[in-house]
Design a binder for this molecule. Sequence first.
Ligand SMILES: [Zn+2]
Length: 246
Amino acid sequence: MIFDIHAHVGHSKYSDNLITAEAVLKVMDSSGIDRAILLPTASTGRYITAQQMKAEVDKAPGRLVGFFSSDVKAKDAVDLFTEAVTKYGAKGIKIHPVYAACAADDEKWVYPLLERAGELKVPVMFHSGEAPYATPWQIGLAAMDFPNTTVILEHMGFDAMCFTDAAIKMAKRSENIILGTTGVMYEFPITKAVNAIGDDRIVYGGEMPMNNPLHEILKVKVAKISDEAKEKILGRNIARILNITI
Ligand SMILES: [Zn+2]
């Protein structure tokens, strides 16, 4: 069972057309992916609403779940997030600190969302791996300030050795941090992460539909970890985190 934590719908600067669930499902079918989290695209600053996300999820409710995203600096961001979870079934919130031009540990705009996520018992997913807004240290600090909130440190530092090392270090320090593997530079940071924090807090993602997820799946499959760890990372862990029976 493969449960991908990173697929997009919405307006993207990397696509001429609005990306829909159909495009994601097509990639899932051709890659053997059973389930996926849909995230609103952030690159244009035009986020689809929670209601629009629900309509995308409803195209294949047994396979898709939706996260919420909005302008974190909007006055009603916390209220919109709450409504997304309580009224439209959002399973979490994604924050892209780079496109939001807002530090991951910003106390004015990000902390109220982290606090509310803890109250709503849904995870906060952060894009990571880029200075000055989305470094693993900033996400680590944010997670440590909200120990009751589950924080997915997505990309686990992305494509710089000092960032992947820091992502693992933060997860070692703070039990509420989950490492997402989407776009991580090589296989060996995944192996290193399992050795450092065990296999319960690492989750796979493939950046669909703009990216072919097969090489992301392979990074997990070739990692020097047990078969059970691979199964957990490829799907069982995120199902557990989102309270979804598989
Ligand atoms: Zn993405």
